[in-house]
Design a protein around this ligand. Structure first.
Ligand code: SF4
Length: 453
C-alpha cells in the first residue's frame, strides 16, 4: 500500500522512536497509512485482551499473520527492548503480545537492544548486560515466554545480525535515514548503525538459518512506526524480484507481473518463468503471467529467489498499541519513577503508587454519586483494564459502576492496589524461578555468570 504523502508545502509529520510518547491517535491512520486493527478482530481466534479492548489499535499487513495462523503455516513474532532502565508496565505490554503470539504458534524472537542503548543513551556494555538480564530477560520468562522454543539475544553478541545489518545498509542512505528520523548532521554514526541493527532484528527471523522467509509481526507502540516503515522499504529493496498484480480495467484482463530488480535477476527470469504455469509474455526486465493465482506466482518466485542467493523477504507486519499514561495522568517517563510502576519494584511501594494515581473521580463524594466518575480520564481504570483484570465482564462492571456513581474512588483504588500487590508478588516469585530456566540454556548460563544474580 503506498504511503500517504504530505500536502505540498506541508511538512511531513513524524513519529519519534526516541522522543515523546504523546501521540495524536486520530492522525496515525490518515497521515501514516496505518490500518485499523478492529477491522481484523473477527478473524482473530482467542484474541488477547489488548485486542478485545481496542488497546491494539493499528496494524500494518497483519492479514499476513492471520493467513499464516489460519493455514497453519510458519510465522514469527519479534520485538526488542532497549536495556536503559527499569522494565515498567509499558514494556510489559510488548512482552505480553510476544508471548501471546508464541502461544499461537509463532517462532518468537526477542532482541535486547544493547547496541542501541549504548549508542543512543551512552549506557556501558556492562550495565546493558546487567539491566538486560536482570530487568528484561527474567521478567520476559516470568511472564510466560518459553525460551526453549524462542530465541532471546543481545544485539552485540549476534554475529549473524551484524552481517545482515551490514547487507541491509547497502539499501539505505544517510539522507533517507535523516528524512525518516529527523537526524541532523550532529547525530553520531553509531545511532545510524543501531537503526540498521533494528532493521536486522526485524528481518532476522526470515533468514535461512531460521527456516527462511515467513510472515513476521512486530508488536510495538505507535512511536516505533518509523523503524517499521524503513524496514519494510529495505525488505522490499533487498528482494531480487517484485511480484505485483496488474489490472487493466478497459482491456478487462489482469496478469501477475514478475519484475527483475537487477540485470543478474533479469538473466534468471527465463528460468523462473519456466517454473510458472499459465500463459507468459516475457520482456527485458519483467514477465507477465496470465491465468495463474497471484499467491502461487509469489511462492514460486520467492523459492527461485532463495535459490539464487536472495532473501525473499516478506514485508514485516506490525501491531500498534496505544500507550498507558503515567500515574499522574501525563506522559509515562523512564526518568520519572513516580510516573510508572516497574515490575521489579517492591510490591508495597507499587501499591502505594496506585493509591496516589490520578483518578477520574469528582471533587466530592456527593458529586461522584450524582454524576458518576469519568473512567476515560482515570489512570486507576487504565491499570485495571490494561493489566489487572482478565475477565471482560468484570472490566465492564467496573466501568458501569463508575459512570453510574455506584463506585467510589477510594474503594476502587484500594481494590486496584491489592490486585497490583498480588500481581507483583507473584511475578517476582516467578522471576526467581526464571533464573533456574536461564541456567538450563547455554547462553543463559553465560549471562548469569557475568551478571551474577
Ligand atoms: S471509581 Fe474507579 S474507575 Fe471510576 S474514576 Fe474512581 S478510581 Fe477511576
Amino acid at each position: 500500500m503506498p504511503e500517504p504523502q504530505p500536502e505540498p508545502g506541508r511538512e511531513q509529520p513524524r513519529l519519534d522512536p526516541w522522543g515523546s510518547t504523546v501521540i495524536d491517535y486520530s492522525k496515525v491512520f490518515t497521515e501514516f497509512g496505518i490500518s485499523r486493527f478492529e477491522e481484523l478482530l473477527p478473524r482473530v481466534k482467542e484474541p488477547h485482551l489488548y485486542m478485545r479492548r481496542r488497546i491494539i489499535m493499528g496494524h500494518r499487513d497483519y492479514e499476513l499473520i492471520l493467513d499464516a495462523m489460519e493455514r497453519r503455516r510458519p510465522f514469527a513474532v519479534m520485538s526488542g527492548f532497549m536495556p536503559s532502565g527499569k522494565l515498567h508496565l509499558g514494556g510489559k505490554m510488548v512482552m505480553d503480545e510476544i508471548i501471546w503470539h508464541q502461544r499461537m504458534g509463532a517462532a518468537a524472537f526477542v532482541s535486547i537492544a544493547d547496541m542501541e542503548a549504548h549508542a543512543v543513551r551512552g549506557i556501558s556494555w556492562r550495565e546493558c548486560k546487567e539491566i538486560g538480564v536482570s530487568e528484561y530477560v527474567l521478567s520476559l520468562i516470568a511472564l510466560g515466554f518459553d525460551p526453549h522454543r524462542g530465541f532471546i539475544y543481545f544485539q552485540s553478541e549476534n554475529r549473524m545480525l551484524h552481517d545482515l545489518a551490514f547487507e541491509l545498509g547497502c539499501e539505505v542512505n544517510i539522507g533517507e535515514m535523516s528524512a525518516v528520523y529527523g537526524f541532523s548532521g550532529d547525530v553520531n554514526v553509531s545511532k545510524c548503525v543501531s537503526v540498521l541493527m533494528q532493521s536486522a532484528d526485524i528481518l532476522q527471523p526470515q533468514l535461512a538459518a531460521f527456516g527462511g522467509p515467513k510472515p513476521t509481526v512486530i508488536p510495538v507502540g505507535f512511536d516505533q512506526d518509523p523503524h517499521i516503515r524503513l524496514t519494510r522499504d529495505i525488505a522490499s529493496r533487498a528482494r531480487l524480484f517484485t511480484v505485483e498484480l496488474v489490472k487493466r480495467e478497459k482491456d478487462e484482463y489482469e496478469c501477475v507481473r514478475v519484475r527483475a530488480k537487477t540485470r543478474d535477476a533479469a538473466s534468471a527470469l527465463k528460468e523462473v518463468s519456466s517454473r510458472l504455469g499459465g500463459e507468459k509474455r516475457a520482456y527485458e526486465m519483467h514477465v507477465d503471467v496470465y491465468g495463474e493465482p497471484f499467491e502461487e506466482v509469489e511462492r514460486v518466485v520467492r523459492e527461485a529467489e532463495i535459490e539464487l542467493g536472495g532473501y525473499g523477504f516478506y514485508p514485516p507486519a506490525a501491531t500498534f498499541h496505544r500507550f498507558m499514561r503515567g500515574l499522574g495522568g501525563g506522559k509515562m517517563s523512564s526518568s520519572k519513577p513516580e510516573s510508572y510502576i516497574a515490575l521489579t519494584e517492591p510490591p508495597e511501594e507499587a501499591a502505594a503508587k496506585v493509591m496516589n494515581a490520578k483518578t477520574g473521580g469528582r471533587a466530592t463524594l456527593e458529586e461522584q454519586r450524582k454524576l458518576g466518575g469519568v473512567p476515560e480520564e482515570c489512570i486507576v481504570y487504565e491499570l485495571l483494564m490494561f493489566h489487572l483484570i482478565e475477565d471482560d465482564r468484570h472490566v465492564a462492571e467496573v466501568y458501569e459502576e463508575c459512570i453510574s456513581g455506584r463506585r467510589t474512588c477510594a474503594a476502587c483504588k484500594k481494590a486496584a492496589a491489592e490486585l497490583m500487590l498480588s500481581f507483583l508478588k507473584e511475578h517476582q516469585e516467578r522471576r526467581e524461578e526464571a533464573k533456574d530456566v536461564l541456567k538450563e540454556l547455554d547462553y543463559g548460563k553465560k549471562w548469569l555468570e557475568v551478571v551474577k544474580l
